[in-house]
Every structure is written in C-alpha cells, then in structure tokens.
Design a protein around this ligand. Structure first.
Ligand SMILES: Cc1cc2nc3c(=O)[nH]c(=O)nc-3n(C[C@H](O)[C@H](O)[C@H](O)COP(=O)(O)OP(=O)(O)OC[C@H]3O[C@@H](n4cnc5c(N)ncnc54)[C@H](O)[C@@H]3O)c2cc1C
Length: 265
C-alpha cells in the first residue's frame, strides 16, 4: 500500500526529466523500480512526483570502443548478462549481472538504478569500484573512487541523473559472491581486476559501503594468484553484523570470495 497518491511523469528527454525534478521539490526518479517501488509500498518513501526514466531509449545501450566498455544507465541486468559484447570484453561483469536477484529483477532492474541506489549488498558497485570505472551523469563525470560515499549514499547531487558507466577493459577480472539465499544480494562479494593502471580489489556486502582492500591489491600486483593473499585478513571492525552473518564471518568471507574471484579471473 502506498501512503499517498503521487504524480507519475514520463519525460521524453533527460532535460525534461531534470526540469520536472527541479520543479517538484519532492521527486524521485524511477528506473527499473525494483528498489523504489518496494520502498514506496513499505511506506519508507512517499515522493509527490515519480519521474519515470524508462521511456528514454538513449539510456539503454552497450558499446565497446577504445579499450572501454560503456553501458547506458537504463540497461537492464538481463541485457548486460547476455550481451556478447560484455561477455567478450569483461566476462566477469556479464557473470556478475547474471547473479543479481532472480529473472524478474534482472529483466526490470537497471545498472544506473543499482549504482545510484548504492545498496550495501548490491553487486554492481563492486565492479564499478573494482574496475576503476567512470560514472557519467547529466552534470559531470565522477570517478568510481569518489562516487560511493556511504550506505545508500553517493556523490550525486539532487536531481543529477546517471547516464552511463564507462569501464576500462581489463587484462583479467573475476567476481565471486556469497549470496543471501533468499534475495541473492551479496552477503559478501569481491571483484578483482588487473588493468593497465594496476590491480584493484573491491568488496561489497561486507561493510556499509563498497570498499577497496589496498593490502590485497599490493600483493596481487606482485603476484596475481590466490596464494598471494593467503596471509591477508581484513579486520571485522566496522563490518556489517546482522541476522544473516556476523562481522567476523563476513571478514572471513572476504578472503574466501577474493580467492574465488582470482581463480575465476
Ligand atoms: C527481490 C530482489 C532481489 C534483488 N537482488 C539483488 C542482488 O542480488 N544484487 C543486486 O545488486 N541487486 C539486487 N536487487 C536490486 C536490483 O538490482 C535493483 O534493480 C536495483 O537496486 C535498483 O535498480 P532499479 O533500476 O530497479 O532502480 P529503481 O528502483 O527504479 O531506483 C532506485 C533508486 O535509484 C534512483 N535512480 C534510478 N535510476 C537513476 C539514474 N539513472 N540516475 C539517478 N538516480 C537513479 C531512483 O530515484 C531510486 O532512488 C534485488 C531487488 C529485489 C527486489
């Protein structure tokens, strides 16, 4: 049940969407609706205006050029997972998308909605940070290292729309997650990548927000193998602890998932 009625808008352009947002003062963008609609039904959000980005065909595309894989914000998880371009350029990203939720979620949810929402257990943030991707918006380009700022929080300004995400094509990359058995969100997920600019290892699910593990990155830069990170323990301090897993268990899973991700790469 929704708490109150709201105005539904279906703009024909990004400019119109941004104008509607500014005019409202109490608006939310709608992409796949896989997070926003349940949140509204649970009465955790009650915007006066819902601005549906789903009609903007320009936001759904997959392009490979100049060593970059660029994915439009409106691209559905199912399209990323089955795209031959993604499977060729960054197979780990196609595999990550195939592990999100269930078929219904994958056919509605979008990559832009996922990164803008920045759920602590979401999968895409690990790939965006793990590959050092660039998030492009209606206002600017934001490096992955500056984009994810905290639990459900990002560097996006009010009304700013994610338009595309540009991933550098890595030499190798892998992703492994320990999924929540009901939702499939990551209890812990680790994305590792070796790119021209170095090695990165990003962890989702374990903490309030996706984060990198510099010690693992340094060890993998010397020797990109599961054995290289055997002695590395991420401390449990500050990690999530809930009915699904304690902070200590999540800390343990980071090492296990990292080794699996390296093996997958
Ligand atoms: C049962 C279930 C299981 C799930 N399992 C997983 C899982 O295993 N892994 C995982 O990663 N996710 C999972 N999800 C979440 C799913 O991936 C959603 O698709 C995602 O969180 C939000 O994407 P969306 O397109 O549905 O966005 P919406 O719900 O439409 O929007 C989410 C938020 O992002 C904002 N927003 C949307 N698009 C943009 C944009 N382009 N620019 C700026 N702001 C924008 C909206 O205003 C809203 O605040 C699950 C969801 C459900 C319901």
């Amino acid at each position: 049940m929704y708490t109150k009625s709201f105005n539904y808008h279906r703009p024909g352009s990004l400019a119109e969407a941004a104008t509607l947002f500014k005019r409202s003062g109490d608006a939310r963008y709608l992409a796949g609706g896989q997070t926003l609609i349940p949140t509204m039904k649970q009465r955790l959000a009650a915007p006066a205006d819902v601005i549906d980005l789903g009609g903007l065909a320009d936001l759904a595309f997959i392009r490979v050029a100049g060593g970059m894989l660029t994915i439009g914000a409106g691209t559905r998880h199912a399209d990323v997972s089955t795209s031959p371009e993604v499977q060729r350029a960054i197979p780990a990203l196609a595999q990550l998308a195939s592990m999100i939720g269930d078929p219904a979620v994958r056919h509605r949810g979008t990559i832009g909605g996922s990164v803008a929402n920045n759920d602590p257990g979401a999968d895409y943030p690990a790939a965006v940070l793990g590959l050092g991707a660039m998030v492009k918006t209606t206002e600017r380009e934001i490096a992955a290292d500056d984009f994810f700022t905290g639990m459900f929080s990002t560097a996006l300004n009010d009304g700013e729309i994610v338009t595309e995400i540009a991933f550098p094509v890595p030499e190798k990359a892998g992703y492994a997650k320990f999924p929540n058995p009901a939702s499939r969100y990551a209890t812990v997920g680790v994305f590792v990548a070796k790119t021209k600019s170095g090695v990165r290892a990003a962890v989702t699910g374990a903490g309030p927000c996706v984060f990198r593990v510099p010690e693992m990155e340094a060890a993998l830069a010397r020797n990109f193998s599961a054995g290289a990170i055997s002695g590395i323990r991420v401390p449990a301090d500050g990690l999530n602890s809930d009915i699904h897993a304690s902070a200590e268990y999540r800390a343990h899973l980071i090492g296990v998932m990292a080794k699996r991700a390296i093996a997958a790469a």
